[in-house]
Design a protein around this ligand. Structure first.
Ligand SMILES: C[S@@+](CC[C@H](N)C(=O)[O-])C[C@H]1O[C@@H](n2cnc3c(N)ncnc32)[C@H](O)[C@@H]1O
Length: 232
């Protein structure tokens, strides 16, 4: 049997949101890879005596995936942990992992996404909303146009902003979103918004409720979800 990979969504931060099937896949894996934040959320499930833990960063991830793949023996399992759901706003990395391990050797285990928690908190159903991630490295101009169109059509919006600490031009966080919408003809002083930070983290979670225009000049955590809702 070849080397096998689980890509696992471990929920937005609290262990309470991890599924049983995700737990089983973590127990079964010899190699556990993830960002510091993701690993710390499930630390209690990992046996450091039996499992090898690798903390990745944006800079070393490509190198590390390849290193671990080369190090693995046949029939061993590796788990790459993702925040929320693997199937939302993670495809740049997942596509690369599918390439390295081969599609048939990868099992994707879904998790509960930060956008699902934001939908629950704001009571905006996912099926009625325009759900979009700006948390990508590729061009977002088309997505920005679609955002304006959806707001004009009075659709509710659930979105992940784009933090880009090393290049403020590429930032598309709450303040930039508010200014962009205003410059594109939207009356942002009449548009309701929620900003949810640190969802499911009992001691850090915050909720902002106001108008989109209030977001101008405000700073929020990278770990945040924005919901724009029209008065029903
Ligand atoms: C690369 S995307 C991954 C999204 C993830 N796969 C999901 O389903 O939630 C990272 C972004 O997800 C959002 N996010 C993840 N966890 C969050 C949390 N606990 N609270 C608020 N936003 C969160 C933030 O916008 C963060 O910058």
């Amino acid at each position: 049997m070849p080397k096998r990979l689980y890509t696992i969504g471990v929920g937005p931060g609290s262990i309470k949101y991890i599924t049983d099937i995700a737990r089983e896949a973590i127990y079964k894996s010899r190699y556990i890879i993830g960002y510091k934040y993701t690993i710390s959320a499930v630390e209690s499930l990992i046996d450091k005596n039996k499992q090898e833990i690798y903390v990745i960063s944006l800079k070393n991830q490509e190198e590390l995936y390849q290193y671990i793949y080369d190090r693995m023996k046949d029939e061993e399992y590796c788990a790459v942990l993702f925040t929320g759901d693997v199937n939302f706003s993670e495809s740049e990395v997942v596509d690369r992992l599918l390439e390295i391990f081969g599609e048939k050797n990868v099992e994707i285990i879904p998790g509960i996404s930060s956008i699902q928690i934001a939908a629950a908190r704001s009571k905006v159903p996912l099926d009625k909303a325009h759900v979009v991630t700006f948390h990508v490295t590729t061009d977002i101009e088309q997505k920005k146009k679609e955002l304006v169109r959806s707001i004009i059509l009075r659709k509710d919006i659930i979105l992940l902003p784009r933090p880009w600490p090393s290049d403020s031009e590429k930032n598309f966080m709450q303040s930039e979103i508010a200014i962009f919408l205003k410059e594109n003809g939207i009356d942002t002083s009449n548009l309701n918004v929620w900003v949810f930070e640190h969802l499911t983290n009992d001691s850090k979670e915050t909720v902002f409720r106001g108008k989109v225009s209030d977001l101008e000049g405000l700073k929020f955590s990278d770990l945040s979800v924005v919901v724009i809702d029209h008065i029903r």
